[in-house]
Design a protein around this ligand. Structure first.
Ligand SMILES: C[S@@+](CC[C@H](N)C(=O)[O-])C[C@H]1O[C@@H](n2cnc3c(N)ncnc32)[C@H](O)[C@@H]1O
Length: 230
C-alpha cells in the first residue's frame, strides 16, 4: 500500500470521529478563506480532501477549483459539489482544465508530506504556469525534520480538548497506532523540509517565497509558506 492507496480508501483513522472531521474541515476552510483578498478571484485547492466546508471558501471566490489525487475522494467531491456555480472539479493531475496564468491563489494544505521531492518540484513548475503574475502559492502544514509524531499527537490532543472530542481522540490515537497509517509512516516516512530548504526550492522554481505564521489548521509545529512568481 502507498500513501495514494491510503488516501483512496473510503475510511481512515486520521479523523477520529465525525466531529473531528467537521471541525478540521471548518478550520481549514476558514484558514483558506482568510487568505482571500477582494476582489474575488480564481482559486485552486490542491489535494483538497473531502473539503466538506468548501462552500465557505467558494462564497468568496469567482471560481474555486478542487483537485485531489485519490479517485474515491474525487467521487465524493462530485457527489457533494456537482452543480455548484462557483465550484469546478478538476479530474486530472495535469490540471488541464485550468487555463494557464489564470489563478489568483493556489493552496496546498497538508499534502506535501505525502509527495516525493521530485514530484513536488514538477508540481512547482505546473503551479507556476497556472498562476497569474501576481498570484500566490500557499504551501501549508509542511512537516519539518525537527518535529515528529509526538508534536502531532500533542497538537491533536489540544485541538480535541478545545473541540470537545478528547476521549475520542485518545481512542483514535490508539487505533492509529495499530493502523496502516502508522506502518506507512514507519515504512515510507513523511516528506519533510527545513525552512531554508523549502525557500531554496521555491527560488529554484522561479518563486519568491517566505515563511508566514500562523500555519493553516491546528498544528503550529508545522510551517506555511507564501510564494509569488518571481
Ligand atoms: C491530509 S489530507 C489533506 C486534505 C486537505 N487538504 C485538508 O487540509 O484537509 C491529504 C490529501 O492529499 C491528497 N494527496 C496526496 N498526494 C497527492 C498528490 N500528489 N496530488 C494531489 N493530492 C494528493 C490525498 O488524497 C488526501 O486527500
Amino acid at each position: 500500500m502507498s500513501w495514494r492507496d491510503y488516501w483512496n480508501r473510503e475510511t481512515n483513522t486520521i479523523y477520529v470521529n465525525a466531529l473531528h472531521s467537521k471541525l478540521h474541515d471548518d478550520l481549514v476552510a476558514r484558514g483558506i478563506a482568510g487568505l482571500l483578498t477582494a476582489p474575488a478571484g480564481d482559486v485552486l485547492d490542491y489535494g483538497c480532501g473531502d473539503a466538506s466546508e468548501a462552500d465557505l471558501v467558494a462564497g468568496k471566490c469567482a471560481k474555486l477549483y478542487l483537485y485531489d489525487a485519490a479517485p474515491n475522494v474525487r467521487a465524493r467531491l462530485a457527489r457533494r459539489f456537482t452543480g455548484r456555480e462557483t465550484i469546478a472539479l478538476v479530474e486530472d493531475e495535469a490540471l488541464s482544465s485550468i487555463p494557464g496564468a489564470s489563478l489568483d491563489l493556489i493552496v496546498v494544505n497538508s499534502v506535501l508530506q505525502y509527495v516525493a521531492p521530485p514530484d513536488f518540484e514538477a508540481l512547482l513548475d505546473r503551479f507556476h504556469g497556472k498562476l497569474k503574475p501576481a498570484g500566490r502559492l500557499v504551501l501549508a502544514d509542511i512537516v519539518s525534520p525537527d518535529t515528529g509524531a509526538v508534536d502531532d499527537t500533542k497538537a491533536l490532543l489540544s485541538f480535541a480538548w478545545e473541540g470537545g472530542f478528547f476521549v475520542a481522540a485518545v481512542v483514535g490515537l490508539a487505533r492509529t497506532f495499530f493502523s496502516d497509517y502508522r506502518s506507512l509512516r514507519a515504512r515510507y516516512g513523511l516528506t519533510r523540509y527545513r525552512e531554508a530548504e523549502m525557500l531554496g526550492l521555491l527560488t529554484k522554481h522561479a518563486f519568491n517565497g517566505k515563511r508566514v505564521k500562523p500555519n493553516i489548521g491546528h498544528n503550529q509545529a508545522r510551517m506555511m509558506f507564501v510564494a509569488t512568481p518571481a
